[in-house]
Design a protein around this ligand. Structure first.
Ligand SMILES: *[C@@H]1O[C@H](CO)[C@@H](O)[C@H](O)[C@H]1NC(C)=O
Ligand SMILES: *[C@@H]1O[C@H](CO)[C@@H](O)[C@H](O)[C@H]1NC(C)=O
Ligand SMILES: *[C@@H]1O[C@H](CO)[C@@H](O)[C@H](O)[C@H]1NC(C)=O
Length: 259
């Protein structure tokens, strides 16, 4: 997707007069924001965190409103001795992963309040899916998010033969739950691997070895519709998706409130 965008941009540059090219420096962190107008639309580039002249990169980036101490507060118990992925997850891997999706609108859509809500909702899902805080755990279950980076005692290898042509299981590979929003089954590893251009079908273990990749897999799932014609979680959340009459009748509505 990013590749197509850049190529499209390069091609349109040949035909379109770039009206403005100015740089501004924000007050808080001295990062350079490149602002241009392409075909009447304002697009920006904020360096490594939001790169590639996208309209989304004209807004704050995630690190402008979500910082290390907030990540530490949110996932306070993840490195306690009883946790199961001590030393694995950190803020840097989250922000590095997010840099891939911020030019596409992840945490950069709709203005500050919606941006914060989307990141909160995403991390809420992450926390809920990776928590080991049950019932009376100190700090409550939420503080125990990111306690796991993989399923602990898988009862099977999650190889579905139905997908043997599209996503054949690699000999010996196990497709148990891994990641920040865990993925299971060969076909999900295959699809996420295509999305991220990583050979996850042959190397599902990459997800439990690399926190950046583990966050990217979760973000890809969040940004990508599960089926054609369906909205992604992101689209539903930020209001890009407009329900049809059938959706409304079936009580499928976009929910802009935090979960
Ligand atoms: C950027 O933020 C503004 C509000 O500050 C919002 O109106 C706009 O829609 C956002 N841009 C995009 C591409 O979502
Ligand atoms: C982890 O994954 C990221 C994102 O795919 C990649 O850029 C990085 O090189 C990987 N790190 C290691 C140690 O393989
Ligand atoms: C809407 O729902 C009706 C009844 O279930 C169905 O027959 C129809 O094909 C649906 N329309 C669309 C556009 O999905």
């Amino acid at each position: 997707m990013a590749v197509n965008f850049n190529m499209g941009f390069a091609i349109s540059l040949i035909f379109v007069v770039v009206v403005a090219g100015v740089s501004v420096v924000t007050a808080e962190s001295p990062k350079e924001v490149i602002v241009k107008t392409v075909k009447g639309q304002k697009v920006c580039d904020q360096g490594w965190e939001c790169k590639g002249l996208s309209k989304y990169c004209c807004n704050d980036t995630i690190s402008d409103f979500f910082q290390t101490y907030q990540f530490e507060d949110l996932f306070a118990k993840r490195n306690t001795p009883v946790a199961h992925a001590v030393g694995f997850w950190d803020y840097k891997s989250f922000i590095t992963a997010a840099a891939l999706f911020q030019p596409l609108g992840f945490g950069t859509t709709g203005g500050k309040s919606m941006q914060m809500k989307e990141v909160a909702a995403f991390l809420g899902h992450v926390g809920a899916k990776t928590s080991c805080g049950y019932g009376v755990a100190t700090g409550g279950p939420l503080a125990w998010g990111l306690c796991y980076n993989k399923e602990m005692s898988p009862s099977q290898d999650y190889c579905d033969d139905f997908y043997k042509y599209d996503y054949p299981c690699a000999p010996g590979a196990q497709y148990y739950g891994r990641g920040a929003i865990p993925i299971y089954w060969n076909y999900n590893y295959g699809a996420v691997g295509e999305g991220l251009k990583e050979d996850l079908l042959n190397h599902p273990e990459y997800i439990e070895q690399n926190a950046t990749l583990a966050f990217q897999a979760a973000m890809w799932r969040w940004m990508t519709p599960v089926k054609k014609g369906q909205p992604s979680a992101h689209d539903a959340f930020v209001g890009n998706w407009k329900p049809t009459k059938n959706d409304t009748l079936a009580k499928r509505v976009p929910d802009l409130e935090p979960l």
